[in-house]
Write a protein that binds this ligand. Structure first.
Ligand code: GLU
Length: 505
């Protein structure tokens, strides 16, 4: 087999919001494509019209825009292998179903739902396969003229894959190694339904991976049981030479206990399981998203990258470029990965510290606006710079820590412990003196303030900093006093000092 250009795809079904596990699947595909100089395709698998949810496709695209994961081709991106929405590829599937029928690898089955139900009642553990197909109504069991007649009458049918029993089917999985199952346990899967003239997931998935020249199928573990059937389908079409390599990623598990991570775990423990907030169009229910909860996209990607893979060192913080360099699909774990959402908070904390203040400013600006504050972006950025050293998980947590930058204390309360401790007999006189000094300054920069106030404090033997903080903040929080005073400016600084003196006396 000649070396083919690496092509991978992310192929969600638009049945609702994208689960965070789907985001990890897409991320691993992206990392794999990038590190091999390959291409990353976005395909929409929407052949099951019953499960179609309006808005889901747009939601998925918006999620990856927010995360900063670009696709090279697909729905919304174009490309030479389109259309990339399966509902727009009906004619293609029809042709390929025809090929399987012509070569005897598939057959028509006319059994009605009632007939199937009756068989299930009659035979315990009934499975439509080599052992039972002879007793069903299909093109293998019925005389040819009867099949012809049924078709002419327009009887509904499905096309089933004719699985030959008794054969070991090998799936070569890049993570799990050689996975073998015997074809006898597989049923004759439905590939196509005449009722809606649409293929099922299995057929559409295989035909598209082939036509889109997909070289590697990297997807969640829940698809592993389908893989043997997919291998058989590749063979039935005669495409074994270009069959993609498979990699089935480990499940994401509940943060506590066993089992698959579910939305309910998120609701119960208070973390999102979707990248963006989702408004269910049917129920109106709103589910929280990482974006709206205040996570930085880079933190989310870093957190997800390490759920099921690690670089083999202790390194945890990685840029996307570093991940591309270090990622190794073969080193993904087989065992499920616990969804440690507390670790997700840690990543967000770390990324807040690492991210440019200029980039964080718009995020904080939104929080300020929610609190009725409008401030020039440079001032927002300056506050973020002074305050983000605090151990905060989310930028919105900055607000109660630094509201005083934007709102002067209205009242000064002696109930406040810090006020009580730092406002003594002589404080009013000291602050009045300090105010006079500040008023005389032309330069109100941090440096100028520091040199003037430090000098005054030393020569006068005063310690004005805590009372000064009481005046400007109203309590014992906030940054360095010189930074705060410089930020507020002379006029506002003096106004707050005089007001404190007036009220606290
Ligand atoms: N449509 C499937 C899904 O929703 C795709 C599975 C695959 O990647 O083959 O995940």
């Amino acid at each position: 087999m000649s070396e083919r250009k690496v092509r991978v795809r992310f192929a969600p079904s638009p049945t609702g919001p994208l689960h965070i596990g789907g985001v990890r699947t897409a991320l691993y595909n992206y990392l794999f494509a990038r590190q091999h100089g390959g291409e990353f395709i976005f395909r929409i698998e929407d052949t099951d019209s019953n499960r179609f949810v309006p808005g889901a496709e747009e939601y998925i695209l918006e999620s990856f825009r927010w995360l900063g994961i670009p696709f090279d081709e697909g729905v919304g991106f174009g490309g030479s292998h389109g259309p990339y929405r399966q509902s727009e590829r009906r004619a293609i599937y029809k042709e390929y179903v025809g090929r399987l029928l012509d070569s005897g690898k598939a057959y028509l089955a006319f059994d009605t739902p009632e007939e199937l139900e009756a068989k299930r009642k009659e035979i315990p553990n009934f499975q439509y396969d080599a052992s039972t197909r002879g007793m069903m109504r299909n093109s293998l069991s019925l005389p040819a003229d009867e099949v012809e007649k049924l078709r002419e009458e327009g009887a509904q049918y499905v096309v089933r894959f004719k699985v030959e029993p008794g054969e070991d089917v090998h799936v070569h999985d890049l993570i799990r190694g050689d996975v073998v199952i015997n074809s006898s346990i597989l049923d004759d899967k439905v590939l196509y339904k005449s009722s809606d003239e649409l293929p099922t997931y299995h057929l559409a998935n295989i035909v598209d991976d082939h036509l889109m020249e997909v070289t590697h199928v990297i997807r969640g573990e829940e698809w592993l049981p389908s893989a043997p059937l997919h291998v058989l389908l590749y063979r039935a079409f005669g495409w074994e030479d270009t069959m993609p390599r498979f990699a089935h990623l480990p499940l994401l598990l509940k943060p506590d206990g066993k089992g698959k991570l579910s939305k309910r775990d998120g609701d119960r423990l208070g973390f999102p399981v979707f990248p963006l907030e989702w408004h269910d169009p049917k129920t109106g229910e709103v589910s929280s998203g990482y974006r709206e909860s205040g996570y930085l996209p880079a933190a989310v990607l870093n957190f997800l990258a390490l759920l099921g893979w690690n670089p083999g060192t202790d390194q945890e913080i990685m840029s996307l470029d570093e991940m591309v360099r270090l990622f190794d699909i073969a080193k993904c774990s087989k065992a499920g990965a616990k969804f440690d959402y507390v670790k997700g908070l840690w990543f967000n904390r770390e990324y807040i510290q690492m991210t440019d203040n200029g980039e964080l400013a718009p995020v904080f600006d939104k929080v300020l606006r929610e609190n009725g504050i409008e401030a020039p972006m440079e001032r927002v950025e300056a506050v973020v710079g002074m305050m983000k050293m605090k151990k905060i998980n989310f930028i919105k947590e900055l607000w109660p820590l630094c509201d005083f930058f934007f709102i002067a204390p209205e009242t000064y309360s002696r109930e406040d412990k810090f006020v009580r401790k730092n406002w003594t007999e002589s404080t009013a006189a000291d602050l009045t003196e300090l105010a006079a000094l500040l008023e005389s300054l032309d330069d109100f920069s941090v440096e100028a303030l520091k040199s003037a106030v430090d000098h005054w404090a030393e020569t006068q033997g005063k310690k004005p900093w805590n009372p000064w903080r009481v005046a400007l903040v109203g309590t014992g929080k906030g940054p360095d006093m010189y930074e705060l005073a410089a930020f507020l400016g002379k006029e506002e600084t003096l106004r707050r000092m005089r007001k404190a003196v007036e009220i606290l006396g």
